[in-house]
Ligand binder design. Structure first.
Ligand code: GLV
Length: 395
């Protein structure tokens, strides 16, 4: 037998994890109760008590998405897996998809849809801007695509896309499915799947739900499920084939069948996250996020800092983009916040790189204590760089 090589070292000693306040675009600081749930003993992924937990999650997601549709589940994977599941299952090769691109997430979906051989039409808006409902309706009426894809909370630029005002009806009339990314917005801002006529939504566990990354809340309307069931071709993914995942979650029949091993501990976490949402109630949760966003901006404005998103109606509450003033080194400020206060402040992403800081007020961190800590870190980091507030903002 060959000799065991010790050239590669295993980790030494207990794991070291420093305590940090996560005020970037996510993951956000997890709720302690969620971490406790996650540490419970494992169950088998087909055991009846675990199936019961999955059923609780399905029901909790119906509240979260504000839908009567029975078609909710968690994808075992990150928000990206949710994104890929939506496109891979609802788009057939050669079909048209209109992708609203005003930041990195739209760009990624355009790329993803091409990989699934869609006929991709990119509808572009400048970073920091959103799409008017009128232009979206006009694009849908003109192209009659299989899918209209939009991002509710574009975390790379900090915009909030409006989705109501008859957009869902216009999509339905054109035979279009309305697919929405809510990774950075679900639980932080209002969302009404049924009322707004949305057909497919995915999200992430690590943002306003305050859980660990690794599970993607997912929803389909009846129209979306009809499309899934009526596909002419199999989705070009086994891992994310919703016809198969659906049978693990009991969408179409009560008996469950094995497709993959569900992320057991992460699903415990999501069960607990949804219980916490239910105890607070969505209106209170949305109001708490708004109040935290307003408190943040009061403090930022006192420092003379300005929002990157020009129009207040387009500004996302949950991920805030703050213009880096001339002469200030954004990365040095992020480093100082981390080194001095163990507070995470993020830089830009995609089109906003080098132009903004991004501060998340999400889930467990959408509260005054966390906001005040991030403001302290800004005050300190700016002062260290000799930044002088503009006269109008001073005092
Ligand atoms: C991730 O979601 C990010 O916006 O950085």
């Amino acid at each position: 037998m060959a000799e065991v090589s010790n050239a590669a070292k295993t980790p030494q000693g207990p794991i070291q994890v420093p305590t940090r306040l996560l005020m970037g675009p996510g993951p956000t600081t997890a709720h302690p109760r969620i971490l406790t749930a996650q540490a419970l003993p494992l169950l088998g992924h087909m055991h009846p008590p675990f199936i019961h937990i999955m059923d609780e999650i399905k029901e909790g997601l119906r509240y979260m998405f504000q839908t009567e549709s029975p078609y909710t589940l968690m994808i075992s994977g990150t928000g990206h897996a949710g994104m890929e599941a939506a496109i891979a299952n609802l788009l057939e090769p050669g079909e048209k998809i209109i992708v609203g691109v005003n930041g990195i997430w739209g760009e990624r979906v355009a790329d993803l849809a091409e990989r699934y051989q869609g006929d991709v039409i990119q509808l572009k808006a400048d970073p920091g801007k959103t799409f008017s409902i009128a232009e979206l309706k006009a694009a849908v009426a003109q192209h009659k695509p299989a899918i209209l894809f939009l991002v509710q909370g574009e975390s790379s630029t900090g915009t909030h896309q409006a989705l109501g005002d008859g957009l869902g009806e216009a999509c339905k009339a054109a035979g279009t499915l309305l697919v929405v990314d809510t990774v950075a917005s679900l639980g932080g801002v209002p969302l009404f799947a049924d009322n707004w006529g949305i057909d497919c939504i995915y999200s992430g566990s690590q943002k306003c739900l305050s859980g660990p990354p690794g599970a993607a809340p997912f929803f389909m309307s009846q129209r979306a499920v009809d499309k899934l069931k009526g596909r002419k071709t199999k989705p070009a993914t086994y891992n994310l084939d919703l016809n198969l995942i659906a049978d693990y979650w009991g969408w179409f029949k009560p008996a469950r069948s094995y497709h993959h091993t569900g992320v057991v501990s992460t699903f415990y976490a999501m069960r607990e996250a949804l219980a916490i949402v239910g105890e607070e109630g969505l209106p209170a949760m949305w109001a708490r996020h708004l109040a935290a966003h307003q408190l943040l901006w009061k403090g930022l404005r006192e420092l003379g800092l300005q929002p990157y998103v020009p129009d207040v109606k387009d500004r996302l509450v949950t991920v805030n983009t703050i213009k880096v003033p001339e002469g200030v080194d954004w990365a040095a400020l992020c480093k100082d916040a981390m080194d001095t206060y163990a507070v995470e402040i993020a830089g830009g992403l995609g089109p906003s790189i080098g132009k903004v800081w991004r501060v998340g007020v999400m889930g467990f961190n959408a509260r005054p204590m966390a906001v005040e800590q991030v403001l302290t870190a800004f005050r300190h980091g700016l002062a260290k760089q000799g930044y002088k507030q503009p006269a109008a903002a001073a005092g």
